[in-house]
Design a protein around this ligand. Structure first.
Ligand code: AKG
Length: 247
């Protein structure tokens, strides 16, 4: 069990929650301790060695992403449901929260990449958004590649095809000029970054070879019109399924 599971559940201040809504991202106040980070990192290394699918590989064949990690280990489940995450999310999403099993729910390894990843959104539309949470298991800095975000870009409207105006910023000429506004968000190992699923963001370029592991989870409020979710798509991690349809 991770130590973080025993941490108290503490919400965000009104100003922290406001900052998240306005800027589209927030460094969460809590942090996984060194013991937890070491355990999670060890688990990642062994899972990367096993390389059991679903996995994504780079051009050289190295595994760069393992998906569906919630089901792979108790350590990952503890990390995604730790009070240092669910407390702040309660301030953003309310008392009933789903962990999304079919978006994110993965661990990536970056840092030795030669090129920054493409700026993207994690979902298509604001009406059914997610909050994406990144748990860093290594420092994310200029050497290892910070996450880059374009503050406030979660508020940009969708702009049509391809992909319904979501996902890849470089597919839409109307966004030309905006990629220059991406800012790095340096993080220490164990720290947690929450981003609005609609903010354009990407893993930045690292200057040194090496590894930078990060777990990515996605959350949204329980859907009051569709609850309960399909068990392969989401699972409640805070509060309960509620249904308020036909009212
Ligand atoms: O690792 C990062 O910095 C960003 C990861 C990311 O964009 C993703 O998992 O969708």
């Amino acid at each position: 069990m991770l130590n973080a599971i025993l941490s108290p559940i503490v919400g965000l201040s009104v100003l922290q929650a406001r900052f998240f809504r306005d800027a589209g991202y927030l460094r969460l106040p809590g942090r996984f301790d060194e013991t937890d980070v070491a355990l999670l990192r060890e688990k990642c290394v062994s899972e990367f060695e096993r390389a059991e699918g679903p996995v994504q590989r780079d051009a050289s064949g190295s595994v760069v992403r393992l998906s569906r990690i919630y089901a792979r280990s108790e350590a990952f489940r503890d990390a995604f449901t730790a009070p240092i995450i669910l407390g702040p999310l309660g301030s953003l999403l309310g008392p009933n929260i789903d962990f999304v099993l079919n978006r994110h729910n993965h661990v990536t390894v970056n840092g030795s990449r030669t090129k920054a990843a493409r700026l993207h959104r994690d979902v298509l539309q604001w009406s059914r958004p997610i909050v994406s949470v990144l748990i860093y298991l290594d420092d994310a800095n200029d050497q290892s590649g910070c996450t880059q975000v374009i503050p406030t870009s979660q508020l940009l409207p969708y702009v049509g095809t391809p992909n319904n105006g979501g996902t890849w910023m470089d597919e839409h000429h109307v966004f030309a000029g905006l990629p220059d506004q991406a800012l790095p968000v340096p993080m220490l190992s164990g720290q947690i970054l929450a981003v609005d699923g609609l903010i354009f963001h990407a893993a930045g370029e690292g200057s040194e070879p090496g590894t930078r592991f990060a777990l990515s989870g996605a959350y949204h409020s329980v859907d009051e019109l569709k609850s309960p979710p399909h068990p392969a798509q989401a699972t409640v991690v805070l509060g309960n399924n509620i249904y308020r349809g036909d009212m």
